[in-house]
Write a protein that binds this ligand. Structure first.
Ligand code: ZN
Length: 286
């Protein structure tokens, strides 16, 4: 998963140069596929987005449409040394703005943008639950050891180098535990917000997903599969199952089987797709 050299690109709107991360080389055998089509580790965001914001004129553009100027190897120079600034990665809100601003010039580009929004909206539910209890315990043990160390140093019981190192180690433990507690709390709050929105049945997630559902056709198997997934995540399970009817190309069987099983279980949550080897033999057979 070695990143290639970064590229210097020119903004298609104002020609300002910017540094863009090169797409990562990803093998489909080494990663996790999700029911919404997101592949992790992604060859695109956050390593290299399909849509970026120009650091100078702040307008959004398709990275594929930017002129390539140069490849740059090696680490980035510190910002005070100059050099083109990094392109800005789009947040889900930026992508919604891009749709509203007409960045998609045809149906295919609108499907691409709305799929990116759909996947970005699902990111909050994709992260594994972090071990909040373990992080809190680490912070607590660090805090107790630090108090003990300070007490020993302050009262002269043990004021040597070892006591100082012990205090330092306790401080590192406390900082690491506190950082994990904060990160876990942020993940939990993002997940809770996303779940709340899903339960309400309204909001930007549903607006985008309904538009995406309407755009997707039924002729192309990959589009039909994404349409079935959109229906499932809209909690329209019967519609999803109906879209999954018919023969499927072998490479899509695992994905189709997973969406079907979830739709039959009336489960609207984004989920991982198992490796083909994990599928029942009769399902994998043509
Ligand atoms: Zn620009």
């Amino acid at each position: 998963m070695e990143p290639g050299p970064d590229e210097i690109i020119a903004c298609p709107h104002c020609e300002a140069p910017a540094r863009a991360p090169a797409p990562r080389k990803t093998s489909t055998s080494m990663g996790t596929l999700w029911t919404d089509g997101y592949f992790d580790p992604s060859p695109n965001p956050p390593g290299s987005p399909q849509v970026a914001r120009c650091p100078r004129c702040t307008r959004l553009f398709w990275l594929a449409q930017a002129k390539r100027r140069d490849k740059v190897n090696g680490p980035k120079p510190p910002s005070h040394e100059g050099g083109p600034p990094d392109i800005q990665l789009p947040a889900p809100q930026d992508l919604r703005e891009a749709v509203a601003a007409g960045l998609a010039r045809d149906r295919t580009e609108e499907i691409r943008l709305r799929s990116l929004i759909f996947q970005a909206d699902n990111h909050a539910l994709r992260r594994p639950r972090e071990a909040f209890g373990l992080a809190a315990l680490t912070a607590l043990v660090g805090a107790l050891l630090l108090v003990l160390a300070i007490y020993r140093i302050a009262f002269g019981a043990n004021a040597g180098l070892i006591a100082l190192l012990f205090a330092l180690a306790s401080l590192v433990l406390l900082a690491s535990g506190a950082r994990d507690v904060a990160s876990s709390a942020r993940t939990r709050s993002r997940r809770a917000r996303a779940q709340q929105e899903r339960q309400s049945g309204t909001g930007p997630f549903f607006t985008n997903l309904r538009e995406l559902f309407d755009l997707l056709g039924e002729r192309d198997p990959e589009e039909r599969l994404l349409k079935a997934e959109a229906a499932r995540e809209l909690s329209e399970f019967d519609k999803s199952i109906a879209l999954l009817a018919g023969p499927w190309p072998t490479p899509l069987l695992a994905h189709e089987g997973r969406i079907r099983a979830l739709a039959e279980a009336r489960n609207a949550a984004v989920a991982t797709v198992p490796e083909p080897s994990e599928i029942e033999p009769e399902r994998a057979a043509p």
